[in-house]
Ligand binder design. Structure first.
Ligand code: IMP
Length: 195
């Protein structure tokens, strides 16, 4: 997802600093890349078992989920797996997601009658997730489940959950493995906390 107001959205890392100065902040590793790789292999095996013999459509949420999706799809052992992407952005309010979510990119293909697995980078308050599940449900997929790499379960406002969760993490702002701060840090091969 993209935050329209980078620099206004997030706690301690931002106070008194501009987005550009984020480069000066040192990310501290929370989940090393080996653990992420191992967990994605487990998730892929679980998804492959659950969808055995059924065609599956992965829907990645841009921009945060594409690196996770790229690894996950290669860990899924199914004959028919297809991919599509949604783009979303929030209208910024300060310290948390405002709840006003909009699509910045729609799906390229219909999902009517399709078995869909939504692929998210992080589940935080659940507002974005709730919005996306409603958008997708309205398009009448045959089934709809969700996988998230990270889950900040303690921050939930909406009662949503992912069917597959990589890691439950504490209430910290994290970057890396596709997750950004002001569009930076996506390239880190690990999940890190910005302090
Ligand atoms: P939610 O609507 O509060 O669940 O927010 C989910 C979205 O907020 C994610 O898709 C991310 O784009 C963003 N987000 C929430 N927490 C973090 C974080 O710790 N790092 C980077 N992005 C985050």
């Amino acid at each position: 997802m993209t935050n329209d107001n980078p620099g206004q959205g997030w706690p301690s890392i931002l106070s008194g600093s501009s987005p550009g100065s984020a480069h000066k902040t040192q990310p501290q590793i929370l989940i090393p890349s080996e653990r992420i790789t191992a967990r994605i292999l487990e998730l892929g095996a679980e998804i492959s078992r659950d969808y055995h013999g059924r065609p599956l459509r992965l829907i990645g949420v841009l921009k945060g989920a594409w690196i996770f999706l790229a690894d996950l799809i290669r860990a899924i052992d199914l004959e028919e797996v297809t991919v599509d992407f949604l783009g979303v952005a929030t209208y910024g309010e300060a310290k948390q997601t405002s709840g006003e979510v909009r699509l910045t990119k729609d799906l390229d293909h219909s999902i009517e009658g399709v078995e869909v697995l939504l692929v998210e980078d992080i589940l935080d308050t659940g507002l974005t997730f709730d919005f996306l599940l409603n958008v997708l449900r309205n398009r009448k997929p045959k089934s709809l489940r969700a996988v998230t790499l990270l889950d900040k379960a303690s921050r939930r406002i909406r009662p949503v959950h992912a069917d597959y969760v990589g890691f439950t993490i504490p209430d910290e702002f994290v970057v890396g493995f596709g997750l950004d701060f002001a569009q930076n840090f996506r390239q880190l091969p690990y999940i890190a906390v910005l302090r």
